[in-house]
Design a protein around this ligand. Structure first.
Ligand code: B12
Ligand code: SF4
Length: 525
């Protein structure tokens, strides 16, 4: 069957498309597991952020898909529904499938008959999508009802088949991703061609803000090293020189992570810049051995789930255990500082994930966290608690009546959509925004050392992005930062409109973003 898989163009404050455009890992995994004979094209619309409608039109025209699949996070829902409407206008009879976190956790949002969705794939999609394609290809309506994890629209509502259990990964059930199916080019991490690789799925913790538990339960499954190394080598062969390891929590099994670092070194795959997310307790408690091994393997940036530096906030986020330092088998305080120290000593940069704006937060508690970030992290990744569908935190915020904004397209993590008991949401966001811009500037010299070509070419645009909303008057102190903040918010509102009025097809000619060529050396359309 002819299949077009799309990821959404929406990006957010901390991953500006200028410097970071990563492929969606889910789609390549779906393509690799679909069954070899289908003709699958993958288009990450982050690569065509400024020409979404035109690109979708061109993709539909060139690939003439029988099935279109969309991967959607909650803050991308509105864009996804608009894209589906556009696709339906272009090709009314096409079958539309939605998957990923939002369709899995908020299926009702896709139920209205005019939403245009035929099937939802809930939870892990590799095998469910394969079975769906097989049933559609065989015209076997009865088989559809027997596919676990699938929801079928009957014209009025979805019929939800029972859920599919998560896959064990070490038995070869999940085949390697098919990166060759990608048809757009231009993936980048600070100028380096970037790809993503999975080494495991799942997590056994239950942080109240995280969607992962609702999505797949508390479990942890790992791919064998042979497969992981083959996957990295495939990404590298196709040109990747930076790889984001997207595991939910690779640091759950430290011994395995250490062995993986050694295996990467032994396989000679160390000329890649690796990026990974890590838990502070694992790094603090095992970093003396783990961190140097990570650096030897090529890890550069570590996204550290600090979440908060205050105990009350950590308790609310249910993140105390994963931030605990242990000595002689006993808890001995917060792990964050020690984790940062060990990563820095090994020569890696810390992307500091911190959440401010929790129910008990006051001006002082937020300032404490901002001051910590200013003093200790290399790149701030400060967010506001966001009530994603189905998380325990969402229930908590709703019960306390603290949710002030239900426009999900603004649920991007840096828009405060909940207030605290003491501060309005807008004030919380203002405090974060004002502090964070300057923290980002401080990383410029380090970025210049590691990515000189990119920073020299795009440094000014990066600064302009970080400080958007500023003016000459604000730069020389004649204008209050609240006026700049208001302008920044207005710019963000405009940025979120990825499908503003449709440009004619002719506008596509010579457009650079859709090049009909793959990222690296894969298949061309
Ligand atoms: C890697 C990652 C990122 C990367 C994205 C890289 C990329 N291009 O993919 C970065 C760091 C940039 C990122 C940023 C953000 N992320 Co993020 N991210 C993740 C993470 C860690 C792993 C996702 C992944 O690749 N998994 C591997 C693939 C194979 O699995 P998968 O995506 O689940 O896909 C499977 C199924 O979902 C399904 N499926 C998915 N799509 C489709 C489509 C179809 C058609 C079908 C049939 C099936 C299907 O099948 C797939 C294969 O089994 C998750 C989870 C986590 N623990 O934190 C969060 C997560 C997805 N991110 C999340 C969020 C909120 C964000 C941000 C908005 C804010 C933030 N927290 O940082 C930003 C915005 C991103 C942007 N576009 O600007 C949330 C989403 C919550 C929600 N309800 O929407 C998650 C779940 C984390 C959380 N807080 O709970 N993220
Ligand atoms: S440790 Fe990370 S992946 Fe695990 S539940 Fe907490 S935030 Fe989610």
């Amino acid at each position: 069957m002819r299949v077009l898989l799309l990821s959404m163009p929406d990006s957010f404050e901390h991953t500006p498309a200028l410097s970071m455009r990563m492929p969606n890992g889910a789609l390549a995994s779906l393509a690799g597991n679909a069954g070899g004979h289908h003709r699958i094209a993958i288009a990450d619309l982050i690569l065509a952020q400024h020409a979404v409608a035109q690109t979708v039109e061109q993709l539909i025209r060139e690939h003439d898909p029988e099935i279109v699949g969309l991967s959607v996070m909650t803050f991308q829902r509105r864009t996804a529904l608009r894209i589906i409407r556009l696709i339906r206008e272009l090709k009314p009879g096409v079958t539309v499938v939605a998957g990923g976190y939002d369709p899995s956790l908020a299926p009702e949002a896709y139920e209205a008959p005019d939403a245009g969705v035929d099937f939802l794939v809930r939870g892990e999609g590799d095998l469910t999508f394969r079975d769906l394609l097989a049933a559609l290809e065989g015209g076997d309506q009865a088989a559809l009802g027997a596919i676990p994890g699938l929801s079928i629209h009957d014209g009025r509502q979805f019929r939800h088949n029972p859920p599919r259990g998560v896959s064990g990964l070490d038995d070869g059930t999940i085949a390697l991703p098919d990166r060759g199916a990608r048809v757009l080019g231009g993936y980048t991490f600070m100028g380096r061609p970037v790809d993503i690789v999975e080494t495991s799925r799942g997590c056994t913790y239950d942080c109240s803000f995280c969607s992962i538990i609702e999505m797949r339960g508390r479990n942890f499954h790992t791919f064998g090293f042979e497969r992981v190394l083959a996957d990295i080598a495939d990404a590298r062969r196709r040109g990747a020189r930076a790889i984001f390891i997207v595991d939910d929590n690779i640091t759950l099994n430290v011994a395995r992570f250490e062995a993986l670092c050694r295996a990467i070194v032994d396989a000679g795959l160390t000329d890649i810049h690796y990026i990974v997310q890590a838990m502070t307790s694992s790094i603090a408690n095992h970093g003396e051995t783990l961190a140097p091994l990570m650096r030897a393997a090529g890890f550069r940036y570590v996204f550290l789930g600090i979440e908060n530096v205050l105990d009350e906030d950590l308790a609310f986020l249910r993140a105390s255990a994963k931030n605990a330092r242990r000595e002689h088998g006993q808890r001995s305080g917060n792990a964050t500082l020690r984790a940062i120290e060990l990563l820095h000593d090994a020569g890696m940069y810390v992307v500091g994930g911190i959440i401010v704006g929790n129910p008990g937060d006051t001006r002082e508690s937020i300032e404490t966290n901002l001051a910590f970030a200013r003093a200790h992290v290399d790149w701030p990744y400060i967010q506001h608690p966001t009530p994603y569908p189905g998380t325990p935190m969402t229930k908590d915020f709703r019960d306390r009546n603290l949710i002030v904004n239900d426009r999900v397209e603004e649920y991007d993590g840096t828009t405060a959509v909940v207030r605290s008991e003491h501060l309005p949401a807008e004030e919380i966001e203002f405090m974060r925004w004002r502090a964070e811009r300057w923290m980002k500037v401080r990383h410029v010299p380090a970025a210049l050392r590691h990515y000189p070509g990119f920073v020299m070419r795009h440094g000014l645009r990066m600064l302009a992005h970080t400080f958007r909303g500023s003016s000459w008057r604000s730069a020389i102190g004649l204008e209050d930062s609240r006026a700049v903040f208001a302008r920044y918010k207005a710019i963000r509102r405009t940025e979120r409109e990825y499908l503003p009025g449709r440009a004619p097809m002719a506008a596509l000619k010579g457009r650079p973003t859709y090049e009909g060529r793959p990222t690296c050396e894969g298949r061309a359309t």
